[in-house]
Design a protein around this ligand. Structure first.
Ligand SMILES: *Cc1c(COP(=O)(O)O)cnc(C)c1O
Length: 413
């Protein structure tokens, strides 16, 4: 008998095609060393639990405990979500302009699950979806495995990261099946004006395309800003809005997200909605324990809970913008919401640093400051800062970035 014990078992092309750039770096595939004389300042990942400075609301803990103790939610629920959870989400997000009932809600495994469902129900191999650049790496991950192509429309840093709407219009062809809009934006921290959203909707309407809106940061905006759910601004464009608890309720590990289905003229009714439900059956849905706690959580947790997060983020944005806008070679773009700030790096001023991946690694090895390189968002030449760290540490991180840049900066003659 031959000995096959040494032969590696092959994995499918589909699974091998799954690339999530950021997770590869965060999970340690890309080698990163710190300076052992300086404590690590991690402003690279958008996990609000990371520093322990943002405690989970008491009501949320009680709500889940009550569900566990009730013994009522240990069985299978409907794959697309418990009725009480779908009712709670519908009630929380319904508006007069974009009304929702429980039949318009699909509960998913985080917002990531919502995005996966949406990308699964639109298009076939060879067709394409329009997505923003820079882009959150999740989107690339799902489509590549299905043979869908991504077409990138540019977000413009000198216009507060507004989308290049003319380019969006020109990229659309007969194989385009949907447009993805991320607002407020990760990684940019931008919040679109009503007029800009109307301009995007006009493109979708002209080409009769649906929109997949990643709105996990809706409500997470700075004082005086307003984020419009895109569905509230259109009567004609069918929209799937993806959201979840992770960021607003500070519990990414709870893995609860949702799709709000804003059907228009019944264009999703015949195929898209039944398909979303079929896709949910692949995993028989998500844990019932957090779903059953949703009614209490969405009803009771006050606005001030996430307004507090946003005042921390806004203070950090002001610190980082103030500190970094005077550093030669750096161009921070002031955000208006979400948890992030993008900073342009003029690499020609740093002759010993060739890419923003190298910038990230060197900053880590010399200053123990961990930022995320733009390459993770398919946007080299920029770095992303996460603004959830305590304010004094943000200041310290910026001081170290300034010293680092000063050391490597060379003025061209
Ligand atoms: C964090 C994030 C997600 C993922 O959210 P989960 O609920 O943790 O799956 C999706 N989209 C964007 C833009 C995000 O920043």
């Amino acid at each position: 008998m031959s000995d096959f014990t040494h032969l590696a078992i092959s994995a499918s092309d589909e699974s091998k095609g799954l690339v999530h750039k950021m997770r590869e770096i965060v999970d340690g595939k890309v080698e990163m060393e710190t300076n052992s004389n300086k404590d690590l300042l991690n402003i690279s990942i958008g996990d609000p639990t990371f520093f322990g400075n943002l405690p989970v609301h008491q009501v949320m803990k009680e709500a889940v405990k009550e569900v566990v103790d009730s013994d009522n939610f240990n069985g299978y629920g409907p794959a697309h979500g418990l009725l009480c959870a779908r009712q709670a989400v519908a009630k929380h997000y319904t508006t007069p302009e974009a009304p929702l009932t429980e039949d318009d809600i699909i509960i998913t495994c985080g917002c990531a699950g919502a995005i996966e469902y949406c990308f699964t129900v639109f298009g076939n191999s060879g067709q394409n979806i329009l997505v923003p650049s820079p882009i959150h790496p999740l989107d690339c991950c799902v489509t590549a495995s299905r043979g869908l192509k991504l077409k990138f429309y540019q977000l413009l840093p000198d216009r507060q990261w507004e989308a290049d709407v003319d380019q969006m219009d020109q990229l659309i062809d007969t194989d385009t099946v949907a447009i993805v809009v991320v607002n407020p934006s990760n990684p940019c921290g931008s919040v679109y004006s009503k007029q800009h959203l109307l301009d995007i909707l006009a493109v979708a309407e002209k080409h009769s395309l649906p929109i997949i809106a990643d709105e996990i940061y809706s409500d997470l905006v700075f004082k005086g800003q307003h984020s419009y759910p895109i569905a509230t601004l259109s009567k004609n464009v069918p929209i799937l809005s993806c959201g979840g608890m992770a960021k607003k309720y500070l519990v990414p590990g709870w893995r609860v997200g949702w799709i709000l289905i804003h059907d228009r003229h019944d264009r999703f009714k015949k195929e898209v909605v039944p398909s979303l439900i079929k896709v949910s059956r692949k995993s028989l849905g998500i844990t019932t324990l957090v779903q059953a706690a949703l009614p209490k959580i969405l009803d009771t947790v006050p606005k001030s809970y996430y307004e507090n997060i946003m005042s921390l983020v806004e203070a950090n944005a002001n610190i980082a913008y103030g500190e970094l806008s005077v550093v030669g070679g750096l161009t921070p773009v002031m955000p208006s919401g979400a948890l992030y700030m993008m900073v342009g790096v003029e690499l020609s001023k740093f002759p010993h640093i060739n890419t923003t991946v190298e910038f990230m690694k060197k900053l880590m090895s010399e200053e123990s400051v961990y930022i995320m390189c733009g390459e993770c968002f398919r946007f080299p030449g920029f770095i992303r800062l996460v603004l959830l760290i305590p304010n004094d540490k943000m200041k310290l991180a910026c001081d170290r970035i300034r010293e680092f840049c000063g050391r490597h900066y060379v003025e061209c003659i």
